[in-house]
Design a protein around this ligand. Structure first.
Ligand code: UDP
Ligand code: MG
Length: 350
């Protein structure tokens, strides 16, 4: 029998099993869990969130800290968080100097977490805390990343559902790094994957893509995404579109290549058309009409050139941001154990 080019599923399975067993042996019996919660104008949600999460973690006898990252809220979010952290020492607050966006806030939280395992969570309870337990079970089995898969998006608008579906299809067809569909930032990440993540220097932080880029053994746990408990979504359609564009452009150069091949294809058509016209003139004499075809070609070429320049511009703009190498976030202060700790460096974890 000829050798099969692919390893059989059994061998693959046992390789995975061996890797998992090796990790399992390393797992701490009583790991410290860090919840990373970015917040932007969420004063109504804080009590509801803590009321749901704290008792649940205590019931499961989990050792934990909650790292809130205040992303430049303009309401009383910070004041409210300070009251909470005065009552509960497990609550720490990283206060950013202004609104930097959710991805930057998550990065700040990840840099300041002390846990053996990290779980980024939205404060609106759309990431159900009941999933933490099953996440930990999978982590104990040896998986490094355990992500929540949204099995139903009942509460999302049709526009958001459709656009999300398209986004995953387009992203995965273009990017060498695959991101699983319907997976958000809600996931458990082991410390060793976090250490890799922290070494990625890019300013444009499309976290879902970066989590996937890191690799390691990952597994999904399905859940139904509930409605926001209080307040309103901070992402409108325009912000989501920009987010999607950031994602594709920072993980794929296919659009650049596509405009190159598009140009080649049109050049080929133009050459054929030119041969046709020259041939016609040679055979049948000069033919003046042709305004319609001329204007169509001019407009089409102009449009294609503008789109291609626009695509180059998208990459150049990002290159510009990366080259400037400004920090991803700026910290106003870190508040913990009832005191403010002003960081010695406002941009690097101390
Ligand atoms: N968020 C943030 N900075 C922002 C926007 C949002 O830290 O600029 C936080 C927000 O407070 C929440 C999480 O990111 O904890 C998810 O936001 P939201 O629920 O509005 O997003 P959606 O669930 O609608 O996608
Ligand atoms: Mg939400």
């Amino acid at each position: 029998m000829p050798d099969s080019p692919l390893p059989s599923p059994v061998v693959q399975g046992s390789t995975l099993e061996r890797q998992l067993a090796a990790q399992r042996a390393q797992r701490a019996a009583d790991p410290l869990l860090s919840l990373i919660v970015p917040v932007f104008n969420e004063e109504e949600s804080i009590d509801i969130f803590l009321g749901a999460v704290t008792p649940l973690l205590e019931r499961h006898r989990l050792r934990f800290e909650i790292v809130f990252v205040n992303d430049g809220s303009r309401d009383n979010t910070l004041g409210h968080l300070l009251d909470c952290s005065a009552r509960d020492r497990r609550i720490r607050i990283v206060n950013l100097s202004r609104n930097f966006g959710k991805e930057a806030a998550l990065t700040a939280g990840i840099d300041h977490a002390r846990g053996d395992v990290l779980i980024p969570m939205d404060i609106d309870l759309q990431d159900p805390p009941e999933l933490i337990e099953p996440f930990i079970v999978r982590w104990r089995e040896g998986y490094d990343i355990v992500y929540g898969v949204r099995s139903a998006r009942t509460w999302d608008t049709t526009a958001k559902r459709l656009s999300a579906g398209w986004f995953y299809r387009v992203f995965n067809s273009m990017s060498p790094v695959r991101i699983p569909a319907n997976v958000g930032d809600f996931r458990l990440i082991d410390r060793r994957a976090i250490e890799v993540l922290r070494q990625l220097p890019e300013r444009n932080r499309f976290m879902k893509g970066l989590f996937a880029w890191v690799g390691f053994n990952a597994i999904g746990v399905p859940y139904e995404r509930p409605q926001r408990v209080a307040g309103s979504s901070k992402f409108n359609l325009w912000r989501l579109w920009n987010f999607a564009l950031d994602g594709v452009v920072s993980f794929s150069t296919v659009p650049l290549r596509a405009s190159f091949y598009g140009g080649l294809a049109i050049a080929a058509v133009a050459v054929l058309y030119a041969l046709f016209i020259v041939g016609r003139v040679l055979l049948f004499g000069i033919d003046t009409p042709g305004y319609a075809s001329l204007i169509i070609v001019v407009l089409l070429m102009g449009a294609i050139q503008l789109v291609s320049i626009g695509i180059i511009g998208e990459y150049l703009g990002r290159l510009f941001l990366e080259v400037k190498a400004r920090p991803i976030y700026v910290i106003e202060g870190v508040y913990e154990e009832g005191a403010v700790r002003f960081p010695s460096s406002a941009t690097k974890p101390t």
